[in-house]
Ligand binder design. Structure first.
Ligand code: GDP
Ligand code: MG
Length: 151
């Protein structure tokens, strides 16, 4: 079985709005395994690396300012196809284009307040996990329910 990992960050808007619990619950209920979690106010250097692909775009400064404006809940989640499925659970980048039932579709309205980040590929997940977490912060553990989630 593939033990793919993704990086999720509950953004400052969702932390302020009390949405950490509901977002984590969706991933737990789906069957994914939480490997790492921390509250962190990311500094500019971390955010510039995290959003490197958007450097120079008109929204970059606003995005970095917003993401560093308060605590972010950074997480590593593991499971089969978790990168693609995690993005599907998040919904479209613009919450107004996100279907109801998705995280952004249920909790967001504005593009610049879209609640939660999720890695967009296996390669970017590896890059982001390595950027946000030390190896010692990532927990390796077994779950007794594994056989009830995967055949
Ligand atoms: P994501 O991977 O779905 O988060 O989307 P992107 O990687 O394209 O963009 C990163 C983040 O930048 C998004 O989640 C939005 O919060 C923000 N963003 C993207 N495009 C725009 C834009 O055109 N205007 C503004 N204000 N923010 C944007
Ligand atoms: Mg992205």
């Amino acid at each position: 079985m593939s033990q793919e990992q993704t990086f999720l960050a509950i953004k400052p808007d969702a932390v302020q709005r009390g949405l950490i619990g509901p977002i984590i619950t969706r991933f737990e209920r789906r069957g994914y395994k939480l490997r790492a979690i921390k509250l962190i106010v990311p500094d500019r250097s971390l955010l510039e690396k995290h959003y490197d692909e958007h450097k120079g775009k008109p929204f970059f400064e606003k995005l970095v300012g917003f993401m560093g404006s308060g605590p972010v809940c950074a997480m590593v989640w593991e499971g089969k196809d978790v990168v693609k499925t995690g993005r599907a659970m998040l919904g479209a980048t613009n919450p107004l284009n996100s279907a109801p039932g998705t995280i952004r579709g249920d909790y967001g309205i504005d593009l610049g307040r879209n609640v939660c980040h999720g890695s967009d590929s296996v390669d970017s997940a590896k890059y982001e996990i390595n950027l946000w977490f030390q190896p010692t912060e990532i927990q390796q553990y077994d779950r007794a329910i594994e056989g009830w989630i995967y055949e």
